[in-house]
Design a protein around this ligand. Structure first.
Ligand SMILES: [Cu+2]
Length: 76
């Protein structure tokens, strides 16, 4: 979830094969870019989902507000 220029929670642990959905509850457009690839624009009220098949630690960021908006997905 993105709100007030933050991802909340900004750290999540999932199992391989699970899907993470980012929902933008903010009044501004944000993006989700995972590990520096495929930046996805997420407008107000929109969502972006991504399935994680491989275990590992993934870093994501909103490229519009990268100083404040980042997070981690841990896939086990
Ligand atoms: Cu943003």
């Amino acid at each position: 979830m993105a709100k007030s220029y933050r991802f909340d929670p900004n750290k999540i642990e999932i199992a391989a094969g699970d899907t993470v959905t980012w929902t933008n509850n903010d009044n501004f457009t944000h993006t989700v870019e995972v590990d520096g690839r495929d930046d996805h624009t997420v407008g107000r009220g929109d969502s972006f989902s991504m399935r994680f098949d491989k275990p590992g630690t993934y870093h994501y960021v909103c490229t519009l507000h990268s100083r404040d908006m980042d997070g981690t997905v841990i896939v086990t």
